[in-house]
Design a protein. Structure first.
Length: 484
């Protein structure tokens, strides 16, 4: 009754329902990882995600080795590889935790049917989310409409909050039954996940992938920062948020474990000081809810009116290039885009402002921005990225109305008042006085000279006029808003 435990984006031993299930047989477990990026197409993991995956697999293998086990690593078609390992080990079952993006859902359904028709036990479990996307459904008064997916976060979250206190994670096992030495397994290095040209110094300096690093980060955040989170979370100039997003994406820590840590420390997760942090975990749940129920949204707007939106068709390449390289001449956005390139992460407030500049002032389709984030974020996540981009562009569920265009100068003045964030990522602006740091183009020539800046040379002039482009965006919105 040997069981294959197929790891995917659940790279941990703690609160791992597929592992717990496999353990109930008492027979050996063979932990398996199969590298099959093509099966996730068109959302094959980007370069930053591959970097993270490398570290996370190493960490998981090291944890398994401490239990006298090891990760059996393979590459290729998942079904073929699973069958090959089943044949090599004599396994009678396969257990895994569910994924929710459209490509892997379809693949997993097919694999489950195929393995069952081979006569194997085959089980899938929830591990990524607090609630399955189909568990929380809108109960409207009209009987005919019950069970509809939510499209508004506040109502969705109200329904979730009622269930939070019942959530309990499973502990990590104390031991694992003797495993199998992989017969012809690959090493993590064999997967070639690391870059061939070394652009990853910033990532290495910023992050430690793996389950123990995730737990340490969660503990440090809950011990020291959660009390100030509701205010500090909007400030990119200080470490006010948890930075758990890549750990959560790769399943190095479960949201149920996080919730239990919060319950232990503070009691009610829906009350201060935890409420605003737990609500963000709720946005993550909502993103998965939307992706599950509207699987076309990574490429299509949820609001169908936006299918006809008049995105810009001229000067697209130059504008996109300036935005990607952090050379738009708008300091808060440039700082964010450089932080992203250097560390694989960007503060949420700056993600919103950078996405707003791209989709509204530059009027480029949100899909091109989402694709850039996909390749560069260590936390690139199809559900949260899609939801974040559609929300900012104004075409998603519960969207910020399209006419609410973020003003990056005001946002900078409000959330980076001393300019510390801009100075860190745009050092060429470091000597500008605070009053000009978010709008250097308004600084008089003597001030620029004293700060040693020539605009258009050391630092770009803005590639768009914020006020005019805002008006143009509103006019473009006016052409579609009646199309419901
Ligand atoms: P914290 O503030 O500490 O929040 C705790 C956790 O809650 C996060 O780790 C994350 O899992 C979740 N969370 C927080 N805010 C959101 C949110 N708005 N939507 C969904 N989940 C949230 N998040 C990703 O994980 N992957 C993405 O690819 C991604 N792309 C985004 C793109 C855009 C345009 C925008 C506006 C937001 C995007 N987000 C994405 C959401 C958010 O920016 C990040 O989750 C957050 O910045 C991660 O930092 P943190 O872990 O310190 O968050």
């Amino acid at each position: 009754r040997i069981t294959l435990l197929w790891f995917r984006r659940d790279l941990r031993l703690d609160d791992n329902p597929a592992l717990i299930h496999a353990l109930t047989t008492g027979a050996p477990i063979v932990p398996v990882y199969i590298h099959a990026p093509d099966e996730e197409a068109p959302w094959t993991p980007g370069a930053a995600s591959r970097w993270w995956l490398h570290g996370s697999l190493l960490a998981l293998d090291a944890s398994l080795q401490r239990f006298g086990s090891r990760l059996w690593i393979a590459r290729g078609d998942s079904l073929t590889e699973l069958r090959r390992i089943v044949a090599a080990t004599g396994a009678t079952g396969v257990s895994w935790n569910r994924l929710y993006d459209p490509a892997t859902r379809e693949r997993d359904t097919h694999i489950k049917q195929a393995l069952r028709s081979d006569g194997l036990r085959c089980e899938s479990h929830r591990s990524t989310l607090l609630f399955e996307p189909w568990e929380i459904a809108s109960q409207t008064r009209s009987a005919s409409k019950t069970g509809q997916p939510y499209r508004v976060f506040s109502a969705f979250w109200r329904a979730c909050v009622r269930e939070l206190s019942g959530i309990r994670p499973d502990p990590a096992p104390e031991s694992l039954p003797a495993g199998f030495a992989p017969v012809d397994g690959l090493t993590v290095d064999d997967l070639g996940l690391l870059p061939t040209i070394p652009w990853d110094q910033g990532l290495r300096a910023t992050w430690t992938p793996g389950e123990s690093a995730a737990l340490a980060r969660a503990t440090a955040f809950l011990d020291a920062r959660i009390g100030a989170y509701s205010v500090a979370r909007d400030r990119p100039d200080a470490p006010g948020t948890s930075r758990l997003s890549p750990h959560l994406h790769f399943g190095e820590i479960s949201p149920r474990r996080l919730l239990a840590m919060i319950l232990d420390r503070f009691g009610d997760p829906a009350a201060d000081p935890a409420e605003s942090f737990v609500r963000e975990l709720g946005w993550r749940e909502f993103s998965y809810h939307l992706l599950y129920h509207f699987p076309r949204t990574p490429v299509e707007p949820l609001d169908p009116r936006f299918a006809d939106f008049p995105w810009r068709t001229e000067g697209v390449a130059e504008r996109l290039d300036a935005w990607q390289r952090g050379r738009t001449g708008i300091p808060l956005v440039d700082a964010g885009m450089r932080e992203l390139w250097h560390t694989g992460w960007m503060h949420n407030r700056v993600r919103m402002v950078a996405a707003s500049l791209l989709t509204k002032n530059l009027r480029l389709p949100w899909q091109v921005g989402a694709r850039w984030f996909w390749d560069t974020l260590v936390d690139a996540d199809l559900a949260s990225n899609t939801q974040g981009w559609q929300w900012t562009a104004g075409c998603g569920a519960d969207a910020a109305p399209y006419f609410r265009v973020f003003n990056p100068v005001r946002q900078g003045e409000r959330f980076d008042p001393d300019g510390g964030y801009v100075r860190r990522w745009c050092p060429e602006l470091a000597r500008l006085p605070n009053q000009y740091i978010h709008q250097p183009w308004t600084a008089p020539p003597p001030i620029l000279m004293a700060a040693d800046i020539r605009l258009g040379c050391h630092y770009p002039l803005p590639i768009v006029d914020l006020a005019t482009s805002r008006q143009e965006a509103l006019a473009a919105w006016g052409t579609i808003k009646g199309n419901r």
